[in-house]
Design a protein around this ligand. Sequence first.
Ligand code: HAM
Length: 436
Amino acid sequence: MRPGAVKGTYDILPEDQPRWRALFETAARVLGRAGVEEITTPVFEHREVFDKSVGDSADLVVQKEMYTFQDRGGRWLTLRPEFTAGVLRAFIEHGMHTRPLPVKLWSAGPAFRAENVQRGRFRQFHQVNCELVGGGSALLDAEAIALLVDVFAALGLPGVHVKVGSVGDPDDRERYNAYLREVLSPQREQLSETSRERLRLNPLRLLDSKDESDQMLLAPLHRPLDLLGPEARAHFDEVTAALGSWGVPFEVDRSIVRGLDYYRRTAFEVHHAGIGAQSALGGGGRYDGLLANLGGPDLPGIGWAFGVERVLDALHGEGAELGEREQTLAYLVPLDPEAVPEVARLARTLRAEHRIEHGYVARNPGKGLRDADRSGARLAVLRGSRERAASAVVVKDLRSGEQVSVALDDLPAHLRAVAGRPVSEGTATTSGGLAR
Ligand code: HAM
C-alpha cells in the first residue's frame, strides 16, 4: 500500500502558500502595532503542561483529544492541542513577569487534536494565537477582543460575528455548576450520554451540547451570565462599555462556554456563517489563575486563537482572496549545450532583482518556448549560437508575442523596464528582433 497523508492532515501546496504567508504577515503587522511580539515554542511539551491547564480531569473531551506518547527515554510528552499552556510555560521559564506588564505575545503554527474529522475540523491544524499576560483590567479584555476583530478586518473578511460573554469567577462557576446539577439531576435519564458525563464532571459544558433534546431541557434555564457575582458582573460591564465606545461590533452571548476549562470571567468567540457547522473562526478569554496553576507567579491574563484553515475557508467563500504568487519574470532557454551553463550563470545574477527560472538541457526554440510558457513566466529569454555571436539574447514577450534582440549588457535594464510595467501593457520594444 502506498501511504497517503494521515487522516485529518493535509499538504499545503505551492499555489496555496502565498495565502498562508499573507495571512501570517497581516496578523504580524496588526498585532505588532499593538506591541504584541512573536514567540515560538516547541510543538510538544511535557504532558503535565497540558494536564495542568487544558486537560484537567473536568474536561474529558480535550483529555481524549490529546496526542500523548512516551519517548525513548520514557518521558511522557504531548503534541500541543493549543498554544496557551506552552506560551505560559515559556513565560514562567524565562522570568517574563519581570518585563513591563502586560507582556503581549503572539505565535503561529500547527496544533494537534485527535478529533472526529469533518469540514473545518482537522487533526493537525494551524492557529494564530495571542496572549496578553499580567493585566487584570477590563480594558485589556476589550483590547484582546478588538485585536482579533482588527486582524479579521485587515484580512478583508466581512461577515464576522463577535460574541462576548462571561463564565464568571471560580465561585460563580461553582454556583452555576451546583445550580445545573440541582435542576438537571432529576432529569438525568433524559440527557444524552455525553451530557450525563458532563453533569457529573463539569456541568457548565452541558451548554455546549449539540443534542436537540438536551437543548430543550436547557432552554428555560439560567445562563452563566445571569448568575454572575457582583465583581465579575462589573468587570463584564466594563469590557462591553469599552468595546462599545471603540465602535467594535459585538453581541452579548449569555451562554457562551468555551471548550477549554481554564477560563475565568470574559469569554468570547468570533463566528462566520459561511464555513459550515464548525462556525467558530476563533475564540478566547481571560484565564486568571492559570499561570499560578502552572507553577508561575499569580498573574492574570487573557488571550485568543483563531483557526487558520477556517479563516482561509471563510475568505475564499467571500471571494476575498489573499496574497499573490510572485510571477516569474523571465524563463531562460538554452538553445544549445554551451548555453546551458551560460543561462544558469545569468539566472544567478538576475535573481538579485527578479524571479528567474531556466532550462537545464538544450531545447529547440519551439520546446523551449513551451517550457517558458508552462513556467508561467512573462518573458522567454533565448540563448543559442546566433545570440552568442552577437553577445546578446532574444527576449520574447509571452503575452504579446513581440520579440527583440537585447545585448547581454542591456538585459538587466531591459528586465527592470518590463518589471516596472503592468502585465497587461505588453513589452513595447525597439524593432530589430531576431525572428525565430
Ligand atoms: P479553541 O477555541 O480551542 O481555543 O481554538 C481556537 C480556534 O482554533 C477555534 O475557534 C478554531 O477556529 C480552531 N480550531 C480548534 N480546533 C480545531 C480543529 N480540530 N481543526 C481546525 N481548527 C480548529 C484555544 O485553542 C485557546 N488556546 C485560545 C486561547 C488563547 N485562549 C486564551 N488564549
